[in-house]
Design a protein around this ligand. Sequence first.
Ligand code: PAF
Length: 284
Amino acid sequence: MQTIHHITDMSSLSARWREQGETSAFVPTMGNLHDGHLSLVRQARDLADHVVVSIFVNPLQFDRAADLDAYPRTLEADLDALRAEGVDAAFVPDEQEMYPHGREAEPPVEVPGLEPLITTLEGEQRPGHFPGVVTVVKKLFDIVAPDVAVFGEKDFQQLRVIEHMVATLGLPVRVVAGETRREANGLAMSSRNNYLGAAEREQAGRLHAVLQELRRRLLADPVADPDALCAEARAELEAAGFRPDYVVVRRASDLAPAGPQDTDRRILAAAWLGPARLIDNIKV
Ligand code: PAF
């Protein structure tokens, strides 16, 4: 595996593959890799001749400096894991390489029509988050020039935002969704789970259980009021020690509020447990 720190080296490698008629699949990450990431890497392996994984903790998508500082950084272990997966190139730029004129000076990528997708749910809780994500992902796409990119469904709203960006800007990359990997108790794998103690980690599985119960009730009673069922799910989470930010049922295609006629619905939730803000989502 090549570990690449410079944009020019990454671009040259991907140009060489292209000249040779070979394809590449890309998995962007912020490191601290777990099995959820590695399953995206394995999926990428089946989609193209070469796999590139980026590791870059993108400061633009953090609203709070403390959150950025606390973000777990485990580069050597990450590179070992990627080597073991047979990844061709790890692209590991530093901040100076990605934002040479400073992060404040980086021109935000403008994507027409991104609102209301980026102002609801995670966007409402973390206003600068998605503008920061689209800016870095567009830049990474320009550098890596992949044929296909894999994004986890765990960050369902991010997946929809990236799909919208690619479609609207006409970017020559196919976006593929990867299924959420879960711990035995249902907890969705996430780097933020590291903030949980052992007892909290066990308790955290309740989030998924509550969402599954909500889905069961929605399917069992097609005329039930989804808002009332979501309110009950919230109360159940509160009783279990969570501090929920939201529990909602949305249209899966654009995350607009789901009407009774919408068949393609998604349950999405975010809740604090101790020091960790957990997000999860499931198909209805
Ligand atoms: O999902 C993530 O880890 C990040 O948001 C991403 C896509 C790597 C952009 O920094």
